[in-house]
Design a protein around this ligand. Structure first.
Ligand SMILES: [Zn+2]
Length: 69
């Protein structure tokens, strides 16, 4: 499973209502709330539910693995 990131995922402030992209979560993300955004997947992960932090950690770990090669 290889992924290329055209743009790195990053923390954004939601400008419109959305839901956490974690399938079992679906926590609402309200405008003005922080969310972790994957531009490639157009996926938003919530901050309140903790999936934003998790997505950020996963991405950072992945990044470190790739840099190792
Ligand atoms: Zn979530």
């Amino acid at each position: 499973m290889r992924r290329r990131f055209k743009c790195d995922p990053k923390w954004i402030t939601a400008r419109y209502p959305a839901r956490c992209a974690e399938p079992n979560c679906q926590t609402e993300i309200n405008p003005g709330e922080r969310a972790f955004y994957y531009p490639g997947d157009k996926a938003l992960y919530g901050d309140r539910c903790g999936h934003g932090e998790k997505a950020e950690r996963d991405f950072t770990a992945h990044r470190i693995d790739e840099d190792g090669y």
